[in-house]
Ligand binder design. Structure first.
Ligand code: PGA
Length: 249
């Protein structure tokens, strides 16, 4: 019932020449694959417009990696949800751990950003995840539950919200939690979504796993009941790697 979403986060990587990888993905995203999985690429903002043009008709959606919570105004260097939408984005990642760390974003900031994304009619991909110290202290479930609660937009609806569980210590490290740990935390996130939004909505919201997803581990992770896709960093930069993950879904 929940169609898997395989999302690629290019982070601060990619020049115009990288759009060749996107064209490769578009060619490989066959009607048979499209029927089984949704695909999203979030390039750096400089590439949003050409990426959206290049992905046109391919079934690949294009998204942004962050946005400002306000609609417009005196915020030098920032971009609003309306601007990202205008450039061709249909989704925005909010609250990625790199933004929470590098820019001090709080749950309240993430919530406000997600609200702006939803108000613009786009999909908000809300990232949560514990640090290594929190995991080792046995606090992963509690930390993630608090982030989900604190970052949940007031205008949340099942069609426009995706949660991405990304343990900070698994991002770009090659490390992943055990399959048991991923299953446990995803089930717990779904339980908390039910508390916040009701059982029906919680059953429809996609919960992605992110953190060192690659072709070799995708199948096992994506087979879990409450894992509805993946948010992929490094392995989303190359068409061959990324499409192998889409195939696994
Ligand atoms: P990674 O990044 O796949 O390179 O670990 C995941 C992410 O940060 O979304």
């Amino acid at each position: 019932m929940r169609k898997p979403l395989i999302a690629g986060n290019w982070k601060m990587n990619g020049l115009r020449a990288s759009l060749l990888e996107l064209s490769g993905m578009a060619r490989a995203f066959s009607p048979a694959l499209r029927a089984k999985a949704d695909m999203l690429i979030c390039p750096p903002t400089t590439l949003l417009f050409p990426a959206a043009a290049s992905a046109l008709g391919s079934g690949i959606a294009i998204g942004a990696q962050d946005c400002h919570a306000k609609e417009s105004g005196a915020h030098t260097g920032d971009l609003s949800a309306a601007m990202l939408f205008d450039a061709g984005a249909s989704a925005v990642i909010v609250g990625h751990s790199e933004r929470r760390t590098d820019h001090g974003e709080t749950d309240a900031d993430v919530k406000a950003k997600a609200e702006a994304v939803i108000a613009q009619g786009m999909l908000a991909i809300i990232c949560v995840g514990e640090t290594k110290a929190q995991r080792e202290a046995g606090k992963a479930l509690a930390v993630v539950a608090k982030q989900v609660r604190g970052s949940m937009p007031a205008n949340a609806n099942a069609a426009q919200v995706v949660i991405a569980y990304e343990p900070v210590w698994a991002i770009g490290t090659g490390l992943t939690p055990t399959i048991h740990d991923i299953a446990e935390i995803h089930a717990d996130i779904r339980k908390n979504l039910a508390r916040l939004l009701g059982k029906d909505a919680a059953g429809k919201i996609r919960i992605l796993y992110g953190g060192s997803v690659k072709p070799s581990n995708a199948k096992e992770i994506l087979a879990l009941t409450d894992v509805d896709g993946a948010l992929v960093g490094g392995a989303s930069l190359k068409a061959a790697d990324f499409m192998a993950i889409v195939e696994a879904a």
